[in-house]
Design a protein around this ligand. Structure first.
Ligand code: PEP
Ligand code: MG
Length: 916
């Protein structure tokens, strides 16, 4: 038998878990009905009917009949028919999707009024004006929403009547005026739409239902869905509800209420009330509402009943509820409820409060907060965001609020910060040379690069505010200034404010509030007086409680991406269980560049060996520092990854220098440095690459520059020996970057084994460290089964894997065309931010399975930026990774989401918001 769907549910037939079918509004009206709360009777047409309508442009067969049946029983129950001339039943036709889309779709009130029934309504209500006002509102709403008449035209007619009367508000219009207005509206509808306003109540109802269905695809709704990542194919439900009137006099009214403060989570009476009004009046703001508490004075019985209902709802939903209600001549009616939206702070506080009240358990509390909310709590913010106009906007790359004087190079940043000044480092883009300046700065602003540009990645790692890719800025480091759109010039020393949560840049100082939560994590166990009292104390206790539970529940471990002892110490405070990625490239900068230059210029084995010998003790020191801090915990050290030219002088600068030297040389043959620079220039030219990201880097460098990786491996092994001799328990691991095929790894692994044997022999301390590889190229993922034969562990480098799977250059694409890609729906979120589950994630999943088949005990982790992204962390849990590794500052988010993933179950294998 073919499936005949049921398209209409009476409120008594539904419940709160049928949101997909009945929409949030319909499901919760049903739930409240079944709780015995005063809900005006009605029924809901399913989203399935809407989907069928949208697919064919017509109502599905059977719908009309079902609506008729439900309408008939509604009429029987109410004792009057829809539009009955002497006593009309009126209904509202309300949209309501599974996800809240406030105000994005249509609703029509007062369906059932007509020339024939307006008099009946007046007689029943004992109020002519009310009846005619209701009628004119119906024609206006119906004309606009259902018949597509420009809403401004109704406003113009209304204004004209008001003008003629000398009235400033529509409340001053009397029955005669409203009658005239109804006549004018009817003419307008006929002229503008070519059809008369329908007088038959059933036609009104049918047309309104179809219009609400169609409003799912209205411009506003589509735009909202794109922003909120709500799928386009869900459709809206339509609830048809007997009208109750809040505009029947002083003993009537309408309001909204929250069972707790949605801003702070505090329990109490929160909301607004407007006497003698309908819901739309509250939204339109035509009169000022009064605080809900005032209702106690105005109508004590309704107030007490409302509070009682709020308690019932909280106990039942076990959460903050928001409510819309109407009082009709002293009788309270519930028009809507839902689990209310809240701020990040309120989310944590409410979850913990509900556990303490015994309403939910710790698992449920963990489900009710998100990593994104925690991240929001960890950054400082501007006290009054939006107070003034930004001078420009860039990409919100690392959240937080930073204020300081603009500086244009790292040396100035360091010097000014040393003098106690707060500075914002402004660059076109940053590179590893800017690091000291970035550390010294409060925030970083760049005009180029996206969310995974150097500036963004490093800033996020440091928990530092960053706005990048502010392309409208002309940054002129030479003249030490930048120019913003409109010709605003900001010179060195001028104060600017940078909002890393919105991407906005402001001139001057905006007041900033620091994050108590971040300070609390940093302070670790240190008892801080302010941390235990008041509102902040309650928030911190809530965060602690939920984090502790996440730590108990999570299967995945968390490690940090950290390169120095200082970073490692911070990582421990934030809960790291080891280091998943220690990048060694920072160790080749600064003073040490000269050794790299020597290495590149070396003509003979001896020259090369001398350069490497100079680097060895420096590297050993670096590693020993980190191993000391992370004693007893794994530390994965990655061998050099970036192309060597990154450590050499810039081609253009060097060319100029050599050209100048040669010009001088014509005069003075012995110009100092000229010969070295010429050799260096030749090397820089030789190493120059058009696509360095795809060039001589990673393991390729290790294979082409003899001794380079062996030196690094020796430094690691000797650092481990040093720790052992000092009584420590080092767990260093050697990681090879950018492997594409097993042979590359085998060569380096064999080289490593030789070094371990040599160091063991020389020192008498046995060293045999695990050797593993990054999986960051599609070929590595596809051949992971083979690669696992030579690898003790895999660490997924999802930054490069995303870059190479999509063929996107990460430093270039985000700022240049990602906005268009997001707008066009190619992806819902940048794949550099949330792992692209369908593509990149599939490669990771494949490599996990094949790697484990070859080597069941292989350790599997991820160290790309995605390791600290909430949705991605849940994905990595689902595919069975052992750990995620991310910047220290993102560790709490990773811990929380790993815990949430464990309690949310394995069902959601796809990360949310991935590629469609
Ligand atoms: C990666 O590619 O994901 C990774 C961690 O390496 P890097 O970002 O240093 O290239
Ligand atoms: Mg990489």
């Amino acid at each position: 038998m073919p499936h005949t769907p049921k398209f209409v549910y009476a409120f008594a037939e539904g419940h709160k878990d049928l949101k997909d079918l009945l929409g949030g509004k319909g499901a919760n009206l049903a739930e409240m009905t079944n709780l015995g709360l005063p809900v005006p009777p009605g029924f809901t047409i399913t989203t399935e009917a809407c989907r069928a309508f949208l697919a064919t442009g017509d109502e599905p067969s059977g719908l009309r009949h079902e609506v008729e049946e439900h309408l008939r029983s509604l009429e029987t129950r109410m004792g009057r028919r829809l539009g009955q001339p002497d006593d009309p039943l009126l209904v509202s036709v309300r949209s309501g999707a599974a996800f809240s889309m406030p105000g994005m779709m249509d609703t029509v009130l007062n369906i059932g009024l007509s020339d024939a029934s307006v008099g009946g309504l007046a007689a029943q209500a004992g109020d002519d004006r009310f009846a005619w006002d209701s009628y004119r509102r119906l024609i206006q709403m119906f004309g606009k929403t259902v018949l597509g008449v420009d809403g401004d035209l109704f406003e113009e007619r209304l204004e004209a009547v008001k003008r003629a009367k000398g009235a400033s508000s529509d409340l001053e219009l009397d029955t005669a005026d409203l009658r005239d207005l109804v006549a004018a509206y009817k003419d307008l509808v006929a002229d503008a739409s070519g059809t008369e306003f329908p007088q038959d109540p059933r036609s009104q109802l049918g047309m309104a239902v179809r219009a609400v269905f169609a409003s799912w695809n209205g411009d506003r709704a589509r735009l909202y869905r794109r922003q909120e990542h709500i799928p386009d194919d869900l459709g809206t439900a339509v609830s048809i509800v007997a009208m109750v009137f809040g505009n029947l006099g002083a003993d009537s009214g309408t309001g909204v209420a929250f069972t707790r403060d949605p801003a702070s989570g505090k329990q109490g009476v929160y909301g607004d009330y407007l006497a003698n009004a309908q819901g739309e009046d509250v939204v339109a703001g035509i009169r000022n509402t009064v605080p809900l508490a005032d209702l106690e004075r105005l109508d004590k019985a309704s107030y007490d009943r409302l509070l009682e209902i709020m308690r019932v709802l909280e106990d039942h939903y076990r959460d903050l509820c928001d409510i819309e209600f109407t009082i009709e001549r002293g009788t309270l009616w519930m028009l809507q409820t839902r689990v209310g939206k809240r701020t990040a702070e309120a989310a944590f506080r409410i979850a913990a409060q509900l556990v303490e009240q015994g309403l939910i358990d710790d698992d449920e509390a963990l489900r009710r907060v998100t990593g994104a909310q925690l991240a929001q709590l960890m950054f400082p913010r501007f006290a009054d965001a939006g107070g003034s106009e930004p001078i420009t906007r860039g990409i919100a790359a690392s959240p937080g609020a930073a204020v300081g004087m603009a500086v244009f190079d790292q040396a100035t940043a360091v010097a000014r910060a040393h003098d106690g000044e707060r500075v914002i480092l402004v660059r076109r883009e940053t590179n590893p040379d800017d690091l000291a300046g970035m550390v010294a700065a409060e925030g970083i602003l760049t005009s180029r690069g996206g969310k995974t540009s150097h500036a963004a990645v490093v800033a996020r790692g440091m928990g530092k505010t960053c706005v990048c890719g502010a392309e409208a800025l002309q940054v002129d480091p030479a003249r030490r200034r930048f120019t913003a759109p409109g010709g605003v010039v900001v010179a060195e020393g001028d104060v600017i404010s940078v909002d890393g949560s919105t991407g906005c840049v402001y001139l001057g100082e905006a007041p900033v509030v620091p994050s108590a939560v971040a300070d609390h994590f940093e302070a670790e166990h240190v008892e801080d007086e302010t941390a235990t009292h008041g509102e902040v104390g309650e928030l911190l206790r809530a965060v602690d409680r939920i984090m502790a539970h996440a730590d108990r529940r999570r299967r995945m471990r968390v490690r940090a991406n950290a390169d120095t002892g200082e970073d490692a110490a911070r990582a421990l405070r934030f809960g790291a269980q080891g280091i998943g990625l220690l990048r060694t490239e920072h160790m080749f900068l600064g003073e040490r560049r000269k050794h790299v230059e020597r290495l590149v210029l070396a003509d003979t084995d001896d020259d090369r060996a001398a350069a490497l010998d100079a680097l060895l003790p420096l590297q050993r020191r670096d590693f020993a520092d980190v191993l000391a801090v992370m004693d007893g915990l794994p530390v994965t050290i990655r061998l050099l990854d970036p192309p060597l030219h990154e450590f050499l002088p810039d081609l253009t600068d060097l060319s100029v220098r050599v050209a100048l030297a040669e010009a001088r040389g014509a005069v003075d043959e012995t110009a100092a440095g000229g010969a070295d620079d010429a050799a260096l220039l030749a090397a820089v030219r030789r190493l120059h690459e058009h696509n360095p990201m795809l060039g001589l880097r990673g393991v390729r460098l290790g294979l082409v520059i003899p001794g380079l990786f062996a030196m690094q491996i020796r430094a690691i092994a000797e650092a481990a020996v040093e720790r052992v001799r000092a009584g420590g328990t080092p767990h260093a691991e050697v990681m090879v970057p950018l492997v594409a095929g097993v042979r590359e790894l085998e060569i380096i692994r064999d080289e490593a084994r030789e070094v371990f044997a040599a160091v063991s022999r020389e020192t008498g301390v046995e060293v045999a460290l695990p050797v593993g590889t990054m999986i960051e190229l599609p070929r590595a993922a596809l051949t992971a089964g083979r690669i696992a034969e030579a690898a003790d562990f895999f660490s997924f480098g999802t930054n490069d894997l995303t870059q190479t799977t999509w063929g996107f250059s990460r430093d270039d694409v985000e700022a240049s065309f990602f906005t268009q890609y997001l707008d066009a729906g190619v992806f819902g979120v940048s794949p550099f931010e949330t792992v692209d589950a369908d593509g990149v994630g599939r490669l990771v999943d494949l490599a996990v399975r094949e790697g484990r088949t070859t080597r069941p005990d292989i350790a599997l982790g991820v160290c790309g930026e995605h390791g600290g992204d909430p949705d991605s962390v849940r994905f990595f849990h689902a595919i069975g990774l052992d750990y995620v590794s991310c910047s220290p500052f993102r560790l709490p988010v990773a811990r929380l989401e790993a815990g949430r993933a464990a309690v949310l179950g394995q069902a959601d294998k796809r990360a949310d918001g991935g590629v469609r």
